[in-house]
Design a binder for this molecule. Structure first.
Ligand SMILES: Nc1nc2c([nH]c(=O)n2[C@H]2C[C@H](O)[C@@H](COP(=O)(O)OP(=O)(O)OP(=O)(O)O)O2)c(=O)[nH]1
Ligand SMILES: [Mg+2]
Length: 130
């Protein structure tokens, strides 16, 4: 199983950041919460901070653990671990995605999100505080 961290980044307008995976990647064209695979020796939080700097050139502050979902794709099983976060520094510069958007949580279902993310979208809908 591959451990993957994902950031549910929320802005002042209560919008959530989603990013579109490049076509040539696995799950190409799907939208996701930015993040990536945890590397050896890293904590989940360290990994997420590194990934957001690498993929979007932003510094994030992690607020809380949100939940995790184990999902089996054809080629691999991932454990997707989600954290609520916000941007503390930097302007988004994409290095690994083809697009990004800030969307209200009710709008997330309109996007073709990676199948493993549906669990988080449902959980977000239920959370009154987000
Ligand atoms: N980052 C991220 N990955 C997700 C999400 N949902 C989901 O199924 N995945 C899957 C896609 C990949 O198979 C796997 C790892 O994510 P990734 O491609 O971002 O990994 P990475 O940034 O370390 O990239 P790479 O070095 O492997 O190219 O997790 C999500 O919301 N965010
Ligand atoms: Mg990634």
């Amino acid at each position: 199983m591959i451990d993957v961290v994902a950031a549910i980044i929320i802005n002042e307008q209560q919008q959530i950041l989603i990013a579109k995976r490049k076509e040539e990647k696995m799950l190409g064209g799907y939208w996701e919460f930015p993040g990536g695979k945890i590397e050896s020796g890293e904590t989940a939080e360290e990994s997420l901070i590194r990934e957001l700097m690498e993929e979007m050139h932003i510094d994030i502050k992690i607020y809380k653990y949100f939940g995790e979902n184990i999902y089996t794709y054809e080629r691999e099983t991932i454990k997707l671990i989600g954290y609520i976060a916000e941007i503390v520094k930097g302007k988004i510069i994409l290095t690994d995605h083809s697009d990004y958007k800030w969307v209200k949580k009710q709008e997330l279902t309109k996007y073709n999100m990676a199948p493993a993310d549906i669990y988080f979208i449902k959980k977000l809908e239920k959370e009154a505080s987000i």
